[in-house]
Design a protein around this ligand. Structure first.
Ligand SMILES: Nc1ncnc2c1ncn2[C@@H]1O[C@H](COP(=O)(O)OP(=O)(O)OP(=O)(O)O)[C@@H](O)[C@H]1O
Ligand SMILES: [Mg+2]
Length: 436
């Protein structure tokens, strides 16, 4: 049931960017059971063979994460808040463990929707008015995420998620309805997303293939969610953008879920925050892995990877493939650069049912997003505008910048390449038109 996730955590100074006590740093609490990417950078940290040997650390007395005073414009600068402050100030419903046990029929296996890095997700039913548990089929459907109690990092991420989703509201962010905090029992209650995750639709053999139009719709929805976070007065870096965190409603509207790794963006003239490296192989930006410098452009890189997944139907990391094909970015780059070769990486499940120019435009955008140089990546609002333009032009004509974009696709053997973590080597390419 459980898939290899490829999550990784490298040591760093989390306290620098997130007001979390340094004693709270935990190295492998969110690592996957069968992560596929043994790496020099994490050698000896047992990050990738967790199972029962998961390391847990004692819990500090308080945790603090940034707060946002305004629900949509989040006008104030982040201020640290304790767990008690976060929970008491939010408009979220505080469920008892018993409520959620009843709502999910005692966390029955047939209520299980999925499993993530640190918890199981169950389908449940609650009364729309009272929010008390109701019979299956009656009231409102919810998704209940139950964190594995042994994970301290899970607790921190649980609180970060309550903090952010308790305050940020947008049609392209999943709605958090409430939480449960009873001793070690930490749960989250979300709106139910009937179509599940993008990952399931793109990569599950049994899933109905997504049409081209749906793929563009999903990309636009996800881009709107990221743009909202990046353009907020107190900027938020999402840090965990990937297909499994893009959830879909009944009409394939995309909503971002999982804010456990989200982080307040830099303030003043700063372009980045320095932080512990946590992320998912194949999606995390190379400069972030190499230096711990996190910026909104790290999210843009991950967005580019998801665009590639939408185009190709291939996963960011696929250990069933050989050599360079295991890493989607490395494999796809040469084909993205050449209009005539693009069809070779297009998802065969599309059966050729996509506009050639539209596909080329998305490929060009993806290439811009995965630029090695952060400055050359577009802002999310620009990426969104390109995609919306594509959708508006029903003929899927080429968006503005694509014609002027002249990528150099040579994968340089330059020594700078060796400065980047072997976790995620990305192509070093020559300077390109800037979006700054
Ligand atoms: N609100 C929801 N509505 C419907 N299904 C959901 C919801 N939230 C999660 N799921 C399902 O549960 C699965 C597991 O979600 P979870 O966020 O725990 O892990 P993940 O995103 O797959 O992995 P990771 O831990 O690496 O983020 C999702 O892939 C999705 O299929
Ligand atoms: Mg998730």
């Amino acid at each position: 049931m459980r898939r290899a996730r490829g999550l990784f955590i490298l040591p760093g100074d989390e306290a620098m960017g997130n007001c979390v006590e340094s004693s709270s740093l935990v190295e492998n609490a969110r690592a996957p059971r069968n992560a596929p990417y043994p790496s020099k950078a994490v050698a000896g940290r047992s990050l990738f063979s967790v199972s029962s040997s998961r390391t847990t650390y004692s819990t500090p007395s308080t945790l603090s994460v940034p707060s946002y005073s305004d629900k949509t414009s989040n006008g104030s600068l982040p201020t640290p808040r304790t767990e008690g402050e976060i929970l008491s100030s939010s408009q979220l419903k505080a469920f008892t463990f018993n409520d959620l046990k009843n709502a999910t029929r005692n966390f029955r296996l047939d209520s299980l929707l999925g499993e993530g890095g640190f918890g199981y997700v169950y389908k449940g039913w609650i009364d729309e008015q009272s929010f008390s548990a109701s019979r299956p089929g009656c009231g409102m459907v919810v998704a209940v995420k139950k964190l594995k109690p042994e994970s301290f990092q899970g607790h921190k991420e649980w609180l970060t998620e309550v903090n952010y989703l308790g305050q940020l509201h947008h049609p392209n962010l999943v709605k958090l309805i409430g939480y449960c905090s009873e001793g070690d029992n930490k749960l989250l209650v979300y709106e139910f997303m009937p179509k599940g995750s993008l990952e399931n639709h793109l990569f599950r053999r049994s899933a109905q293939p997504l049409s081209w139009a749906t793929r563009i719709k999903v990309a636009i929805g996800a881009a709107r969610g990221l743009t909202f976070l990046h353009d907020a007065e107190s900027q938020v870096i999402y840090r965990d953008f990937k297909a499994s965190n893009i959830l879909l409603d009944s009409e394939f509207n995309a909503k971002l879920s999982d804010f456990g790794l989200a982080k307040a963006g830099p303030t003043g003239d700063q372009t980045h925050v320095s932080t512990q490296v946590i992320g998912t192989h194949g999606y995390a930006a190379p400069e972030y892995i190499a230096t711990g410098r996190l910026s909104v452009k790290s999210d843009v890189f991950s967005f580019g990877v998801v665009l590639l997944e939408l185009l190709s139907g291939r996963q960011a990391i696929d250990k069933t493939k050989m050599g360079i094909e295991q890493n989607l970015v490395e494999w796809a780059i040469p084909y993205l650069c050449d209009k005539r070769k693009l069809y070779r990486i297009m998802d065969t499940r599309l059966e050729g049912q996509y506009p050639k120019k539209g596909a080329h435009a998305v490929a060009t955008l993806a290439l811009q997003c995965i630029e090695h140089e952060t400055k050359l990546r577009p802002r999310m609002s620009d990426a969104l505008a390109s995609l919306e333009q594509l959708q508006d032009l029903k003929s899927a004509a080429f968006p503005l910048q694509a014609d002027q974009y002249k990528p150099s696709c040579a994968i340089s053997k330059s020594p700078t390449r060796h400065h980047h973590s072997p976790l995620h080597p990305a192509a070093v390419r020559s300077p390109l038109p800037s979006y700054q």
